[in-house]
Write a protein that binds this ligand. Sequence first.
Ligand SMILES: O=C(O)C1=C[C@@H](OP(=O)(O)O)[C@@H](O)[C@H](O)C1
Ligand SMILES: C=C(OP(=O)(O)O)C(=O)O
Length: 416
Amino acid sequence: MDAPKEITYAGGPLRGHLRLTGSKSIANRALLIRALTPGGFEINGLAAADDTVRMQKLLESEDEVLDCGPAGTTYRFLTGYLCRRRGIQLLTGSQRMKERPIGILVDALRTLGADIEYAEKEGYPPLRIGYSALDKSDRVSIAADTSSQYISSLLMLAPTLPTGLKLTLEGEIVSLPYIRMTLAMMEHFGVHHHWEGQTIVINPQTYDSRPFTVEADWSAASYYYSLAALAEEADLRIDGLFEDSLQGDAVVSKLYEDFGVTTTYTPEGIHIKKPAGTPPPPLFEHDFVECPDIAQTLMATCAGLGVQGLYSGLQTLFIKETDRVKAMKAELGKLGVSLYKIPPRMAGKTGIQYFAQEGKADFAAATPTFSTYHDHRMAMALAPLALLHPVRIEHPEVVEKSYPDFWGDLAGLGIR
Ligand SMILES: O=C(O)C1=C[C@@H](OP(=O)(O)O)[C@@H](O)[C@H](O)C1
Ligand SMILES: C=C(OP(=O)(O)O)C(=O)O
């Protein structure tokens, strides 16, 4: 095992200016839509993120085995796409990918006529996918409470199907902004849809070839908001982020207002500031069902500042790159901060599952070494704590999944 990375900060106000990496969610949609667009189009701002690089390579590959590694969107988007590509391919991924469910998407595709088999365990990757016209039905219902990526996969394919698709979303909808992102990008390429209650209707249409630029990544921006909140004083300019965004994680700018971090939008991007002497709030409460990827960031901020946390909407975190609540509980536990499920009887009759967080990070024992569980967001969410005390991060290379320049960008701010 490689040595963990130790990161420290000399102290003082946090100042800097950087250009953020591109959004992998937007990039992977643009790449998939391009593969379905006659004549293709130019995409600007594609990041070197591993998930994006894999998507690009696998779309071009004619190999019999396609390995998505840990990339969820790549895996789910290709599951739909490959159903209509000639030949038989085995779609596989990392060990963790084989534990992330795919049955809901496979069942929906089979209703449309797909030729898909489980190559190992029923309900999980890898999949053996053959060609099908997907003309058995143009109507399908799908459980929306597990992953929006299944829905995005079907939506992007929908206009290319013989009679389009009527997709009914059942149950609670998780990660809704990502479904909106998919539909908005389809609109950009001239494909229209309409809602009939809980059903999204997409008629057969052709994607128009138009140049496209990938926005910078608001999920990645969350780590800078956390840094600003943890700093005594902060003044950061981040280029490439805009108020009018396709990304639901842009809500992070609002969430950090509670911590005294303000955002000004400039023609180049954002300017975030925290004045010296801003006291932290006593409590931070949020429902993360629309922005699951920034939950770890806020947990780490609250731990660093000793802010009590009350979180809901975390029910999908256990099937991400790792079981994220379990992993955060273990790592924050190293600092004496507790994270626990509130017993349902105490949460009342709402049926909502709440988690509470209590305690302020205590660095008295020793420099903590954080494990990262093959999860880029564990590394990036915990790194800002280095503003308070040196920390060590195991397997720092995990950040390559979405943000390969993360450590270099932190170094540019004096966090080395
Ligand atoms: O569609 C997307 O780009 C994503 C959707 C979300 O997943 P779920 O829909 O599985 O929550 C999110 O967590 C993931 O990082 C990216
Ligand atoms: C959950 C994530 O990614 P994916 O599901 O695409 O692997 C993430 O990036 O936080």
